[in-house]
Design a protein around this ligand. Structure first.
Ligand code: CA
Length: 223
């Protein structure tokens, strides 16, 4: 559930926002002063902060500056009185993601909240597709392998076998584990296919790339 922290000291506004946001399916919490707004924002339990500028304790600008000063990237939508905009919006630059002036329409605020939540998702990094162990780099997306500057061409099975080694660097993998991973459980277990393919990988990556651990299996060298 997406959770929104409402930093607002006027109970009527805070309760109105809470009610409306919960109806939209958001989780909410109210912080009625600057100190609790700061503390709650730093708890990482919230996806977005609605921040009233006129807060007791610490005002909204101080809260925002402390959050950004500590590297906290939570999206912030400022709530501010129309009369304050001219004086204060300049000071918001770089800290706040957006602002809405009071009196505000809930629909406008909601649109800004959704926009900020979406742009935050857009910058979430892609899942890791590159594995790197020692000199070897394996790109799961482009299915390419390099050692140092050298591009290595691998067959599909060799690629999967190497991927399995690279996902478990420094661990000894048994023949059975490797066989199951690359060729599946139905393969004839007496087969020496794992040894054959480890041989292929050694030819392409260097004899020392994969170490034989007698009676146990194989291990990718990491250094
Ligand atoms: Ca206020």
């Amino acid at each position: 559930m997406t959770r929104i922290l409402i930093a607002e000291d006027e109970p009527a506004i805070a309760n109105f926002l809470e009610k409306k946001l919960r109806k939209q399916g958001f989780g909410t919490k109210i912080a009625a002063d600057g100190y609790s707004a700061l503390y709650e924002s730093l708890s990482h339990n919230f996806d977005l902060l609605i921040l009233d500028l006129g807060l007791p304790g610490k005002d909204g600008v101080e809260v925002m500056e402390e959050l950004r000063g500590q590297g906290e990237k939570i999206p912030i939508v400022i709530l501010t009185a129309r009369t304050e905009v001219k004086d204060r919006v300049a000071g918001l630059k770089g800290g706040a993601d957006d602002y809405v002036t009071k009196p505000f329409s809930f629909e406008e605020l909601l649109a800004r909240i959704n926009l900020r939540l979406r742009s935050r998702q857009a910058v979430t990094p892609e899942p890791e597709t590159i594995l790197k162990v020692g000199e070897i780099t394996l790109d799961l997306h482009s299915r390419t392998v390099n050692t140092g500057d050298r591009n290595i061409h691998l067959s599909n099975q060799e690629f999967i076998l190497l991927e399995n080694f690279m996902r478990h660097p420094d661990r000894v993998l048994s023949r059975e584990e490797l066989l199951n991973y690359v060729w599946g459980y139905n393969y004839d277990c007496d087969s020496n296919i794992v040894d054959v393919y480890v041989g292929y990988l050694r030819k392409k990556l260097g004899r020392d790339a994969i170490e034989t651990v007698r009676g146990v299996g194989y291990r990718l060298r990491t250094g």
